[in-house]
Design a protein around this ligand. Structure first.
Ligand SMILES: [Zn+2]
Length: 133
């Protein structure tokens, strides 16, 4: 805030329907993409990559809803088209920060999903598998 930035370090946040981490599910928020920083503003999401990347966050650690996955894929695909980002530049935070595990989705799995190689219901199973190993 002090530097005039949004408090959100990401360029978009995709909600899971659980409002402010409560146990109360509000379907209207499930899969809602909230804008964070404008694309031209550096993020504060990945140390060393903030000035040349866009960050999207899914709320929920490793337990994502179909709506979230669907919308997040659209957000990433839109950014790829808008900013001419090749699929290999779509990466999980953990791929550039060893101490991180987010998004708790394997990088290859993520890229395959974004590229359309994995259908949505299967993706949920794959994420579960990834987090079990
Ligand atoms: Zn992260």
């Amino acid at each position: 805030m002090a530097r005039g930035f949004s408090r959100i370090g990401y360029h978009a946040v995709v909600l899971n329907g659980y409002v402010f981490g409560s146990r109360q599910y509000a379907g209207v928020f499930d899969g809602q993409a909230q804008p964070g920083r404008p694309a031209g503003t550096p993020g504060a999401h990945a140390l060393g990559y903030n000035s040349n990347s866009l960050g999207v966050c899914m709320i929920g650690r490793d337990n994502f809803s179909l709506n979230q996955l669907f919308v997040t894929r659209r957000v990433i695909q839109d950014w790829m088209r808008l900013y001419d980002i090749p699929i290999e530049r779509v990466i999980g935070h953990y791929e550039v920060a060893r101490s991180k595990t987010c998004p708790n989705i394997g990088g290859d799995l993520l890229r395959s999903y974004v590229a359309g190689g994995i259908v949505l219901p299967k993706m949920l199973q794959e994420i579960e598998k990834w987090n079990r190993k």
